[in-house]
Write a new protein. Structure first.
Length: 134
């Protein structure tokens, strides 16, 4: 694990939450992206080396919609940057961690991603992310 890449925050209303964070930080987001595979709309704010990712469900079937229904808005996940996601997944799996997928998936912000089940991490959803070279 190299660093905390971002913190994901589940929100009901992306426009409202984006405005709150814009006012809090004093500047706007650098990117909004639709991730069809996860049924979410994301918006990213950069704070020096770290980022905040706001996530709004684009479908009632998305994990974000279910999360908000069960827990309300708030911190959804903590993402760690890794150099090689496949190697990290193998290392964690060998160490007994439950991964939510067998292979990494294309995620937002030009990353390959994989999640570690929150039951394995004291209730916190962990995301591994590797930048995809362009």
């Amino acid at each position: 694990m190299k660093k905390i890449d971002h913190i994901g925050i589940a929100v009901k209303d992306l426009a409202h939450s984006s405005d709150l964070y814009r006012r809090l930080l004093g500047y706007g987001s650098y990117k909004t992206e639709i991730v069809d595979t996860e049924k979410v709309i994301t918006e990213f704010f950069k704070i020096n080396e770290s980022k905040l990712e706001l996530l709004q469900a684009s479908s009632d079937e998305s994990a974000i919609a279910k999360f908000i229904e069960k827990r309300g808005e708030g911190i959804h996940h903590i993402a760690f940057a890794v150099d090689n996601i496949v190697d990290e997944m193998a290392r964690l799996k060998a160490d007994g961690f439950q991964l939510l997928s067998e292979k990494p998936k294309k995620g937002a912000d030009n990353k390959l991603v994989c999640f570690v089940h929150p039951k394995a991490m004291s209730g916190v959803l962990i995301e591994l992310c590797e930048s995809i070279e362009r």
